[in-house]
Ligand binder design. Structure first.
Ligand SMILES: Nc1ncnc2c1ncn2[C@@H]1O[C@H](COP(=O)(O)OP(=O)(O)OP(=O)(O)O)[C@@H](O)[C@H]1O
Ligand SMILES: [Mg+2]
Length: 330
């Protein structure tokens, strides 16, 4: 692990990451020369409008890219190693054990003919063939309690016997089975009703407090971020445009896009999806605008913005921003 500004340990370091998909119209660049660090012991909230590349980024961290996609460039360093240069076998051992993910819509990911406990057994054995069944049972029960599910009622059930909310909790429990150092949660509440979402979010906040586990929490909902995250990265058009503490994002946003996001949400209890659309269209990832991706919609744009892409600049120990004008706009 390397040391970052402010004395924090960097757990995951992404540099110059570009991910492209072949589509009928040409090449779609979903992640575009992106830089991002995740520190040990933090929850990083990753926010941005639909289609900005959050899920593709999350999948790429585990090198799970759709067949029509390719990682065109970059490095993803975790524990001193580049995930992008690991062999298949190294990756197999790495996933779940070092970094685990709860996929968007993950409640459908259980095998319908296997009981929940059998999923736990299979995942454990895939990483440790000598694991004992009674130990797996003990750990599974512990995890079920952690996600506030009754182990006796859930472990012997088939996935279809659980409600959507219960399934989501069981998926989260499974992701923690091998005690990964980093847990990625991609819109973990998307299919749940509001009350279930609130209850699950509270559970995650408790788990975070109990385990101190590092997390990347991907969401549309700024209110959720306010509750669980320590730091927030704002993504737009395949790049990180701002990263800062939760307080700074809400009270001292620096990037015009972050400001627009906050302004468009009536209060910090809304979701990015519910916001009044900002003027101008989202960038087309097949034909992105030159210069700053946000400039066509930015009320503060000047000539340079349409020509030169701004670097992600360090503002202080924690904050980064990619805007030519952040100094004068503050
Ligand atoms: N397999 C694929 N083939 C072609 N394009 C893809 C593929 N997967 C993702 N994309 C495109 O990549 C871009 C980023 O998609 P991604 O799913 O990461 O967005 P997102 O930020 O997670 O959105 P949401 O908030 O709706 O989940 C989008 O333009 C999407 O259409
Ligand atoms: Mg997504």
């Amino acid at each position: 692990m390397s040391s970052a500004a402010g004395g924090k340990e960097v757990l995951l370091s992404i540099r110059g990451l570009t991910v492209e998909f072949r589509v009928p119209r040409g090449i779609l660049r979903a992640v575009d020369n992106l830089d991002l660090d995740v520190y040990s012991d933090e929850v990083l909230g990753l926010v941005g409008e639909s289609g900005c590349g959050k899920s593709v980024l999350a999948h790429t961290i585990l090198r799970i890219v759709d067949p029509n996609g390719r990682i065109a460039s970059g490095k993803i360093i975790f524990g001193g190693r580049d995930i992008l240069s690991m062999s298949k076998e190294e990756l197999r051992r790495f996933r779940w054990k070092e970094i685990a993910i709860v996929f968007q819509g993950a409640f459908n990911s259980f095998n319908p003919v296997m009981r929940i406990f059998e999923h736990m057994v299979d995942t454990t054995l895939a990483h440790d063939e000598n694991a004992k069944k009674d130990e797996i049972l003990k750990r599974s029960k512990e995890l079920m309690r952690m996600v506030r599910l009754d182990p006796e009622a859930v472990l012997e059930r088939y996935p279809h016997e659980l409600s959507g909310g219960m399934k989501q909790r069981a998926v989260a429990a499974m992701a923690m089975l091998l005690d990964p150092k980093l847990l990625i949660l991609d819109e973990p509440f998307s299919a749940l009703d509001v009350l279930t979402q609130k209850f699950f979010l509270k559970t995650l906040v408790d788990i975070r407090r109990e385990t101190k586990k590092s997390m990347i929490f991907i969401t549309h909902d700024l209110a959720q971020v306010a509750e669980i995250a320590d730091r927030v990265a704002v993504m737009y058009g395949g790049v990180i445009v701002e990263a800062a503490s939760v307080e700074d994002i809400f009270y001292r946003p620096r990037h015009p896009y972050t400001r627009a996001l906050l302004k468009a949400v009536p209060s910090i209890v809304g979701s990015v999806d519910e916001l009044k659309p900002l003027p101008g269209p989202l960038p087309d990832p097949v034909n992105p605008p030159p210069g700053c991706e946000f400039h066509p919609r930015c009320p503060h744009r000047v000539e340079i913005c349409s020509r030169v892409r701004p670097n992600l600049e360090r503002v202080d120990d924690v904050s980064l921003v990619a805007c030519h004008r952040w100094r004068e706009l503050n």
